[in-house]
Design a protein around this ligand. Structure first.
Ligand code: AHM
Ligand code: MG
Length: 327
């Protein structure tokens, strides 16, 4: 399977040509977004020059640009009935009778762009209803378990696409010379146990009690109840933190805290927690709110937020036990 291009891989794995068109449109979008990001600050410089030549055209911010790229490519592929995004309050209709819906976060972790740290694009592919139901907001509220495909692109030292169509999680790397994604790892795996956790520690005093207890125990290391020393990482870019977990294991938490109680959490269910959780579960890990598997939640609204705990199954189950004990 070495050096298999994405298109060949998709043809080998998927019978439905419409789904292949959706995934190829997503991959094309990620290549275009990657190119814009690589220009980085240079794009601003060039943009400023360009705006003197091209009347009235101003440089678009990268998160708006990424959203526009995805909308354009997905609408053009003809297999997407409607699209929803973190960047848009309401969904946008595309090809009326097409079989799929796509939900995405066009540029996750975008506060990291200015400091040149990894960001990414997260996407989730769902089945579309009949054409005459497309304007019903209820069509989007499908549990994560029903995703047809999900994945993300990470724009780091190299650009990679991580993808699942329900049969394992596979990694593709972008060859900058050919602008093609090439298979570089099949069946990524999240080990059951870990000694590495990721959380924004500055929020510690606001967390709910089970999470406070959990992290206190981890920090006690070998002398504490978990009897091992833990390492900590926090990129503050969900794509980069989840990518590390799919690569070398670990556990990631963005729990509820008392300042965000009313909004239900920080991360979004439909285009952050569900796709990332589905990938982690496919790779042998677990994803939870602390009270149960995120993928079984019945979404209440498109931009719903949830507490997220994902990664090594042993740690996530331990967190669930702490939540149960303190309920
Ligand atoms: P965004 O969608 O506005 O970029 O926010 C989501 C990001 C995640 O990528 C990341 O895990 C988290 O917010 C970081 O939060 P914090 O700044 O509290 O560390
Ligand atoms: Mg986001």
């Amino acid at each position: 399977m070495k050096h298999t291009g994405l298109s060949v891989f998709l043809q080998q794995q998927i019978e439905d040509q419409s789904l292949i068109r959706v995934l190829e449109a997503l991959a094309r979008s990620c290549v275009r977004i990657s190119t814009s990001l690589r220009q980085g600050a240079l794009a601003d410089v060039l943009g400023a020059l360009e705006s003197e030549n091209v009347q009235g055209e101003t440089q678009k911010k990268l998160d708006v640009l990424s959203n526009d790229v995805l909308l354009h490519e997905l609408a053009a592929c003809g297999a997407v009935a409607a699209m929803a995004s973190e960047e848009m309050e309401d969904p946008v209709l595309a090809a009326g009778k097409a079989p799929y819906l796509v939900v995405f976060d066009p540029l996750d972790g975008s506060s990291n762009i200015d400091v040149n740290v990894s960001v990414g694009t997260i996407f989730s592919v769902l089945l579309a209803p009949k054409a005459n139901e497309l304007t019903d907001p209820g069509i989007w509220l499908q549990p994560g378990r029903t995703q047809v495909a999900a994945g993300y692109a990470i724009y780091g030292p190299s650009t990679q696409l991580i993808l699942s169509v329900g049969q394992g999680v596979h990694q593709f790397s972008l060859d900058p010379l050919t602008s093609q994604f090439v298979l570089t790892q099949e069946r990524m795996h999240v080990p059951e146990a870990t000694a590495e956790f990721a959380i924004n520690m500055s929020n510690q005093r606001f967390w709910e009690r089970p999470v406070q207890q959990y992290v206190t125990e981890l920090l006690q290391g070998k002398e504490g109840p978990r009897a091992k020393n833990y390492n900590m990482r926090w990129v503050a870019s969900m794509v980069a933190d989840v990518h590390r977990i799919l690569t070398r294991g670990g556990v990631f938490l963005y729990p509820l805290d008392e300042r965000i109680l009313s909004q239900g959490g920080k991360l979004r269910l439909m285009y952050e927690a569900n796709p990332m959780g589905w990938l982690v579960e496919q790779a042998g890990g677990r994803v939870s709110t602390g009270h149960g598997c995120i993928l079984d939640l019945r979404p209440e609204k498109l931009h719903q937020r949830v507490p997220v705990m994902l990664g090594a199954a042993e740690e996530v189950r331990y967190l669930e036990a702490l939540h149960k004990a303190q309920a």
